[in-house]
Design a protein around this ligand. Sequence first.
Ligand SMILES: [Zn+2]
Ligand SMILES: [Zn+2]
Length: 419
Amino acid sequence: MIQTVRGVHDLLPGETTLWQFLESEALSIFRRYGFEEIRTPLFEKTELFARAVGATTDIVEKEMYTFADRGGDSLSLRPEGTASVVRAFVQQSMHRHLPWKVWYRGPMFRYERPQKGRQRQFHQIGCELFGPEGPLADAELMAMAMHYLTGIGLKDALVLEINSLGCLACRAPYRDRLIAALRTSAAQLCDDCQNRLERNPLRVLDCKRESCRATITRAPVMLDHLCPGCHTHFAILKDHLTGLGISHQVNPLMVRGLDYYNRTAFEITAVGLGAQNAVAAGGRYDGLVEQMGGTATPAIGFAMGLERLALLLDGENRHTLPMEVYLVTLGNAAEQAGLKLADTLRKAGLSVELNLGGGSLKSQMKRAGRSQARFAMLIGDTELANNVVVVKDMLQSQQQEIPIPETVNHMITLCRTSP
Ligand SMILES: [Zn+2]
Ligand SMILES: [Zn+2]
């Protein structure tokens, strides 16, 4: 028996109803903010991710599914969504159509150690907003993310954390200051952090190891070293959030794994997932479009992991809507008539489960019961001879005969009026 690859899962019909709900809420809520869906390819040239995400990041160095296609080109399954959206923005010259507001959904791929809520094929919904530079866009995007997460039912458990990562002008001097401070206690840092110290010192602030915490709490933070422009941007953002009634916490230690972020960084966490509780994360990446060869355009975005959202909402059962009609047929002629009748009813908008595979009246009625259909319709030789069908109300155990030509109108009325 061939099974799924490690870290990759089927979503079975019982689960997909929840996923469809998560996606349809995104469609409905993001539209109200003027965001339209974009669908980019699942694989791209490896170079795209190396340039956008960063050639020295864990994602690109260790986690990508990279392969040579039959023509010898190095391709990779997308490990995240932003790189492709930025590529599309540049490729389609969307800087002529600002602001450009898009959202995406779909699978991403990373070779990571699988655990609860983390898969090698995982799924994200993300939004990207190109054009506006000011904090108004940041506030609106966060409001939209909170609106979505509240809308799917996470209301009481959400915490919005924000930070500023500075800009090119103020981050370089801060970085030097940080490296100098960390060097004085480098011996106390874990191996990972000693590595990060020179390459990506900001990531040290993110280390969760107890041994590193003492050093980190003494280290200078970006927020205390912002240039006037970044300082104002952050101050106005906080005002906007307060004005919207969105409670938020400043977390000066929140950094981003990817180098392209600047200024605003944010994370929304939900209580209930333990240490791994971020359900949405995002930030500004004003330099990325230009870095990818496009006309310099500020941008901000965020992404959410569907596996985690599904875990958090797991307790709330969302059942598939039951069928409206189960069609029981007895005998070959009735089966043939039933096939036609089911077709007619479905084209009129009703959901109809046609009995497949024969069976006695008793066994077919049993299946009708299991299907949870509101009504059973029954055709046998007698009914065919009289050009009628028997309609049985499965809840009230009443039945009546309806002339076949009147079935469509009759069933539509019945389904609309019955509880
Ligand atoms: Zn700055
Ligand atoms: Zn560490």
